[in-house]
Design a protein around this ligand. Structure first.
Ligand code: TRP
Ligand code: SF4
Length: 400
């Protein structure tokens, strides 16, 4: 069985907070058990908006990787690497830039949105416009099937699909393609080959999408095909020519519902965060300082949990019995707010304990992180080189 490959990237923002944990990292940890996963630090992407201040990127990268590891991302299951350590991303980006219409980039919704949001910065740069194409290169270079991203990034994945399609259309017609594809069909073996042929004809004559899916499933479960033959057979099925770059799909990550200290969504820009490895004292102090239902001026005033951000944290950290204790105790002024906050503090500290423990190993010996990343970069680079060989070959840029 050909295992689908998962890839995702994160800009190096430094220390991550519990919103990242509940939104993104828990999802990565789950995925790493089910798929071969590649997770990388998108340091070049940081430069698209932070070109005037690149100094902090390296430290932010190491801090963030430690947080990934602390959260349970396991380097023995997933490949962790840094984008700029795999320069092939830049080569693919450049080659793709030659055939990407400007209009496609200008139409990506984040382009105008971000420019408006960061209006005090000059983002009318080449790099910023090309950001989604760099992201497409990140994805296509690993022939990733699934890309876990938040909703805001879905247009970027759709854009990557269009770029892959255009590339395959332009360069996927190798000389003698049909003959090579027919040879490859034979290699599927009698029964599978007949079925594949039937499905291919069904799609090409009747446009039956289901036939394509069934045909792809046959290819997915066939192990002994070379990469070249696999691509030919995918392309032959759809009638497009050799499929050199695979079209990725978005794996929508549900938006984090993690509330921040003020009841808004937890986010660095609202200064309402608790970091993954924040000290127990600081967690305690922050939660104790949280605003509560403004109606509870005195301890004897009853309150309404629905009007209190602490209640939202109880939804994440407390069981039914505790929540019952809170809603009753709050409305009857039976408990004080500090009392009410204690189980939340305990819940956060309990969640952080294993993270702090895992992180400590890497803080004590930073060379461990360096070597995890060095291994990951090497593995990633090998995959990237393989794709680049096919890309250069398809474009006739081999110079042999
Ligand atoms: N653009 C993504 C973000 O800002 C980060 C990113 C860069 C990425 N390259 C990627 C995500 C490739 C998924 C796949 O969050
Ligand atoms: Fe909020 Fe709890 Fe105080 Fe009620 S008792 S106002 S839920 S902190």
């Amino acid at each position: 069985m050909y295992a689908e490959r998962v890839l995702s990237g994160m800009r190096p923002t430094g220390s991550l907070h519990l919103g990242h944990y509940h939104g993104v990292l828990k999802n990565w940890v789950r995925l790493q058990h089910d798929y071969p996963c590649l997770f990388f630090v998108a340091d070049w992407h940081a430069l698209t908006t932070q070109y005037d201040d690149p100094q902090g990127i390296v430290q932010a990268t190491w801090d963030m990787v430690i947080d990934w590891l602390a959260a349970g991302v396991d380097p023995s299951q997933a490949t962790l690497f840094i984008q700029s350590k795999v320069p092939e991303h830049a080569e693919l980006h450049l080659l793709l830039s030659m055939m990407t219409p400007l209009g496609w980039l200008e139409r990506v919704p984040t382009y105008k949105d971000q420019q408006e949001k960061l209006e005090n910065k000059d983002l009318s740069t080449y790099g910023f416009l090309g950001y989604p194409l760099l992201q497409a290169a990140d994805i296509l270079i690993y022939r990733a099937d699934k890309v876990p991203v938040g909703e805001d990034q879905v247009p970027h994945i759709e854009f990557s699909r269009e770029v892959a399609r255009r590339f395959n259309h332009l360069y996927g017609r190798e000389p003698g393609f049909a003959d090579k594809a027919r040879e490859a069909v034979k290699k599927l073996g009698g029964k599978k080959a007949r079925l594949y042929e039937e499905l291919r004809i069904r799609f090409q004559q009747e446009g039956d999408r289901e036939a394509i899916e069934l045909g792809k499933a046959i290819l997915d479960e066939t192990q002994h095909l070379s990469l070249g033959d696999r691509e030919r057979l995918f392309g032959f099925l759809e009638g497009t020519g050799k499929m050199i770059l695979a079209e990725p799909g978005a794996l929508l990550t549900e938006a984090s519902k993690m509330p921040g200290l003020d009841g808004q969504k937890m986010s660095k820009s609202y200064s309402n965060t608790i970091t993954l490895r924040e000290s127990a004292e600081s967690v305690t102090k922050k939660v104790r300082g949280m605003p509560t239902d403004p109606a509870r001026v005195r301890r004897t005033d009853p309150g309404e949990p629905a009007k209190c951000p602490v209640w939202q944290l109880h939804q994440v950290y407390s069981d039914a019995a505790c929540k019952e204790w809170v809603s009753h105790g709050c409305r009857s002024a039976g408990i004080g707010c500090l009392e009410c906050k204690q189980p939340v503090i305990d819940g956060i500290l309990r969640e952080q304990a294993p993270m702090r423990e895992r992180a400590q190993v890497y803080l004590d010996d930073p060379t461990l992180v360096r070597s995890i990343i060095a291994d990951g970069c090497e593995k990633a680079r090998e995959l990237a080189r393989e794709t680049m060989r096919d890309v250069r070959e398809a474009m006739g840029l081999e110079y042999r």
